[in-house]
Write a protein that binds this ligand. Sequence first.
Ligand code: SF4
Length: 370
Amino acid sequence: MAGIYIHIPFCKQACHYCNFHFATSLRHKNELVAALLKETELRKEYFGKEAVETIYFGGGTPSLLEIEDLRSQLEQTVTLFSVSENAEITLETNPDDITEEKLAGWKAIGINRLSIGIQSFFEEDLRWMNRAHNAQQAISNLRLATSYFDNITIDLIYGTPGLTHEKWKQNVDTAIAMGIPHLSCYALTVEPKTPLQKLVRLGKAEDVNPDAQSEQFLLLMQWAEDAGYEHYEISNFARPGFRSRHNSSYWQGKKYLGIGPSAHSYDGISRQWNIPNNNIYIESLNKGIIPFEKEILTPVQKLNEYIMTSLRTSEGLDIDKTGEKQRKEIIKKAEQYIKRGLMLQAGNRFVLTKEGKLLADGIAADLFFT
Ligand code: SF4
């Protein structure tokens, strides 16, 4: 089982906190779409005969593309790869791009899951983030989307300076009341080289408060559990049957191919990443060359990645998937976390508790091998 990610590197405007790769000018959109088709063709042998179970249009903002652009990319993918009949095909969209016409078009070309960048239902928080949509669009266009698609996930951000616990509850309650079956919730981080980092440095924006973030994460876990969502990955909550198959395959160490500038790929042996520059990407593909760098993963790197990703999931870290020597070391190191109530052992698996999830990265790093 494998997945294909297609990166659409355009956005209407730069959200202040974002460090993804995108351009705010659509001037080279047609050349970029042609380059994506070309890369897909050049990569057609990437998985051999292995079936592709998921396709994911991410970005950037894939909903800025015309339906015809998405259709040709999907047709190219289905023609050149063994795509399963029941493949999960996700499109990331922003609320301001959602119209009846687009929803019908996306459905008609085979998109069967939407990932909508809501972030907040409050106007002042959306303005603070410099989102392109407003609070009214967040509600009305999300509601419209639910009349076309059952399988919807929304992104929500917590830990922003203006977000009180009451407002955070209202955001989560709104999503639950609207019947959204999957929530991806992220703590705001001030990433290097973002407008937000500059604003914080200049004293024009408040920095995040880690204690408030931890509290909001703990509240979120409780609310989602009470509402019947499975907390299956640290940032992801799903009603039964609505887990993201695409993202789950990343966490399970399955193979994936990333098409487009800045996209990453993994074939079980090496990791590759395309250049995060639209013009160089287009120029290079025009010459039939994919501009990427590649790294062969060592067994230790693979093991550490497994520790990092598995500890973030509800399935946890399966020590039977490590070697005999590592198994003993993990059991020894895990003891202190179990004693502190941060980790549980269930048979051969170690799973983080709610409090442990607050410290997931640090605990994983402590279990790493060199
Ligand atoms: S729309 Fe998404 S990708 Fe684009 S700038 Fe905002 S957060 Fe980043």
